[in-house]
Design a protein around this ligand. Structure first.
Ligand SMILES: *Cc1c(COP(=O)(O)O)cnc(C)c1O
Length: 366
C-alpha cells in the first residue's frame, strides 16, 4: 500500500525526545522557544507563539486580533472544520464565501460581496499548501478588515517571495501528525505585530504574562506546547527546505505523468508562488472516464491511498446548516467537493511509487 501520508520520524527525533525526557523539563521550556525561533526564521515573521494544535493557534490568533462576540468573520466552506470553529469559540459569526475553482482558495470577489459593517476579519486558507489569492489582501485593506491566515497546510510555501505565515495580520500553523512538519499534535501563531504576539502569549497561558507569575490579566486557556513535542518539531524544521523541495519534485513528476487525460484537471502553480504541496489534488470532472468515487475506490484496490479533502463543504453539515446555510449557497464548493482527489506526494515516495501511481491512475481514467 502506498499511503496518502507517512510521518517521518528519524533517529534525530528519537534522540531529541529522549534528551528532553532525561533532562526532566517536560512542559513549555527551551525547546518550545527554539521551535518558535525556527518558525520566525522560516516564515520571516517577527514573533511566533507555539500552542497545542492548529485549532488553538487559530483561536489564539483570532482572540489576539481582537475578534469578539457580534463580529462577522469570513472564510470558505471548502476546508476542515477547524478553520471555522475558532470563529464560534470567540462568539463571532461564521460568514462563508465561495472558492475559486482553480486555486481551491477563497475567491476575493466572493468574499468582498459578504462585507458588512460587522465584518472584522477574513480567514483565507492556504489550502493544500497553495498561498491564498493576493487580491484578498487589497480588498481587506481597503475595507479595514484583518486577515488571519489559516496556514495549517502551507509551511514553506511563498507568494511573491513572502512566506506563508506572513501574508496577513497573523497566521496559524498546525503540526498535526499528517502535516508537512509535525510533532503528533502542535500549533504555531506567527505575526509581525508585537501587540498580537503578546496577547496570544497570554491567551495560551491562562491570561498570564510570561514576565510575571500568578497575575491574571484576562481570560486565557491552557494552550501551551510541551518541550517533549517541540523537540520532535525542531528536528523536522531542520529538514523544511528538503521537504518542500521533495514534495515539489514529486508533484512535478506526477504532473508530467498525468498530463492530457480527458476530464482530469491537474494542480496549477502560479508563477509567483512556491507551493508547499501538502496535498497534490486533481479534479475528476464529469468528462472523465470514471467518476471521482470510482477512481478513489479503484486506486485503493490498486494499493494506492487517495484522499478526498473535503467530501462535503462545511455549510452542508448539520453544525452549520443549523445557522441557515443550505444546498446551492456555494455552488463552486459544492461541485468541487465531488471532484477532488488527492494523490500521495510525500517525501517518502520512491521513484517506483510515483510510476505506480501514474500507471494506476492512467489505467482507470483512459
Ligand atoms: C489541520 C488543519 C487545521 C487544524 O489543525 P489541528 O492541529 O488539527 O488542530 C485547521 N485548518 C486546516 C486547513 C487544517 O488543515
Amino acid at each position: 500500500m502506498i499511503p496518502i501520508s507517512k510521518p517521518f520520524i528519524g533517529e534525530e527525533e528519537k534522540a531529541a525526545v529522549l534528551a528532553v525526557l532525561s533532562c526532566g523539563m517536560l512542559a513549555q521550556g527551551p525547546k518550545v522557544k527554539e521551535l518558535e525561533e525556527m518558525f520566525c526564521f522560516a516564515s520571516g515573521a517577527k514573533y511566533a507563539i507555539a500552542t497545542t494544535n492548529g485549532t488553538s493557534a487559530l483561536h489564539a490568533a483570532l482572540y489576539a486580533a481582537g475578534i469578539k462576540a457580534g463580529d462577522e468573520v469570513i472564510t470558505t466552506p471548502f476546508t476542515f472544520v477547524a478553520s471555522a470553529n475558532p470563529i464560534l469559540m470567540q462568539g463571532a459569526k461564521v460568514i462563508f464565501a465561495d472558492i475559486d475553482e482553480t486555486s481551491f482558495n477563497l475567491s476575493p470577489s466572493a468574499a468582498e460581496e459578504k462585507f458588512t459593517e460587522k465584518t472584522a476579519a477574513i480567514i483565507p486558507i492556504d489550502l493544500y499548501g497553495l498561498p491564498f489569492d493576493e487580491k484578498t489582501n487589497s480588498t481587506a485593506k481597503k475595507a479595514g478588515i484583518k486577515i488571519i491566515e489559516d496556514a495549517c497546510q502551507s509551511i514553506g510555501a511563498k507568494r511573491n517571495g513572502i512566506s506563508c505565515g506572513c501574508l496577513g495580520d497573523a497566521a496559524a500553523f498546525s503540526l498535526y501528525a499528517t502535516k508537512n512538519i509535525m510533532c503528533a499534535e502542535g500549533g504555531m501563531v506567527t505575526t509581525n505585530s508585537e501587540e498580537i504576539a503578546e496577547s496570544a502569549r497570554r491567551f495560551r497561558h491562562h491570561g498570564q504574562s510570561e514576565k510575571t507569575s500568578y497575575e491574571y490579566f484576562e481570560l486565557g486557556y491552557n494552550y501551551r506546547m510541551t518541550d517533549v513535542l517541540a523537540a520532535i518539531a525542531v528536528e523536522q524544521m531542520k529538514r523544511l527546505e528538503r521537504i518542500v523541495n521533495a514534495r515539489n519534485e514529486n508533484a512535478k513528476r506526477l504532473t508530467e505523468g498525468l498530463q492530457g487525460i480527458n476530464g482530469v484537471v491537474l494542480p496549477s502553480v502560479p508563477e509567483n508562488v512556491t507551493h508547499a504541496f501538502h496535498q497534490y489534488t486533481i479534479r475528476i470532472t464529469p468528462d472523465a472516464k470514471a467518476s471521482r468515487d470510482v477512481f478513489v475506490q479503484k486506486m485503493k484496490e490498486a494499493g494506492i491511498g487517495v484522499g478526498v479533502y473535503y467530501p462535503r463543504p462545511l455549510h452542508l453539515h448539520p453544525h452549520f446548516s443549523k445557522m441557515g446555510y443550505k444546498k446551492g449557497d456555494f455552488p463552486v464548493s459544492e461541485r468541487i467537493a465531488g471532484e477532488v482527489a488527492s494523490l500521495p506526494v510525500h517525501p517518502q515516495l520512491l521513484q517506483d511509487d510515483i510510476t505506480a501511481i501514474i500507471g494506476a491512475a492512467r489505467k482507470i481514467l483512459s
